[in-house]
Design a protein around this ligand. Sequence first.
Ligand SMILES: Nc1ncnc2c1ncn2[C@@H]1O[C@H](COP(=O)(O)OP(=O)(O)O)[C@@H](O)[C@H]1O
Ligand SMILES: [Mg+2]
Length: 355
Amino acid sequence: MNEPVLRQHAEEQYAEELALLTAGDERVRPPGWRMSPQAVVTYLLGDGDKITPKYVGPRRLIEVAVATLATDRALLLLGVPGTAKTWVSEHLTAAISGDSTLLVQGTAGTAEEAIRYGWNYARLLADGPSDAALVPSPVLRAMRGGAIVRVEELTRVPSDVQDALITVLSEKTLPVPELNTEVRARRGFNLIATANDRDRGVNELSSALRRRFNTVVLPVTRTAEDEVAIVVRRVAQLGRALELPEVPAAMEEIRRVVTVFRELRSGMTEDGRTRVKSPTGSLSTAEAISVITNGMALAAHFGDGILRPGDVAAGILGAVVKDPVSDAVVWREYLETVVRDRPGWLGFYRAARDV
Ligand SMILES: Nc1ncnc2c1ncn2[C@@H]1O[C@H](COP(=O)(O)OP(=O)(O)O)[C@@H](O)[C@H]1O
Ligand SMILES: [Mg+2]
């Protein structure tokens, strides 16, 4: 079952958990859903037993998100980078539709074909417009299959392209004038869009489109303990997937990275005593995960197999200093005013200064 692919889709990786939830699920399922809304929430938050938590955060948010998908409104997940918008939407679609692959990646270059349909030009020229010449978008395939489609970074998509979604979401139909027909969404169809808080103003959602969505804002992880727990779990999963050699006792460095990120993000040390400046980057949980994973690779392949301050220092620097001028000043100041005199942090201070 474990294909040697670099990354499995959620429905592959968690096939056993999904099967377990479906089998034991006697509650009402919305039309086209693989499992009940309660089971979807359990899949995301875990049950303290066989179902592992994927998302760590307020249950109510996930309940609202799942309930929305059972209505005729689409779901907009909003938040700063690294708040698990993509992650949550992948798991929601895996649980509800059993397929997380219907995905439109929104960029400034996203064209209408990515939301509606395109044409296979060889066929179009040979036979004229026909169903066989039509190349369906992920949205169209989701409508036909009664599944949930994901649109990543919706606000990066040019406004006129975004508007192609209005008919889809309000009428649940997609006209294909070339074939004098329309594709009507089967029950179970819905859409999850993600958008970045910081992109505000890039391409605002038109009010007509916004009205089709219920918005759920995913918050920055509230406590340091939650954030450490998220990093620990994801690092272990990624390490297994990448088959990195086991690197034990990483807790100290994980705590350190999370502490540094939280302090710089909030502009205040954890004891509330010292103000620090915040760098321009977002310093998300996702970046903390990647700093630790990189550190583990360094420790495993070039170190003594134990994650040490020197293995994370370069990664932290890379995450913090996005702007080579202003962020470098912020980082130096943080090192000198906070890190240098903190008990137990001398090794990290030296390593950070050396990179
Ligand atoms: N609250 C959280 N619960 C679980 N995982 C989280 C949480 N916040 C961040 N992550 C992790 O961080 C990574 C980030 O995510 P991603 O979904 O790409 O963020 P976004 O799309 O919001 O920028 C994922 O690997 C996810 O596991
Ligand atoms: Mg994302």
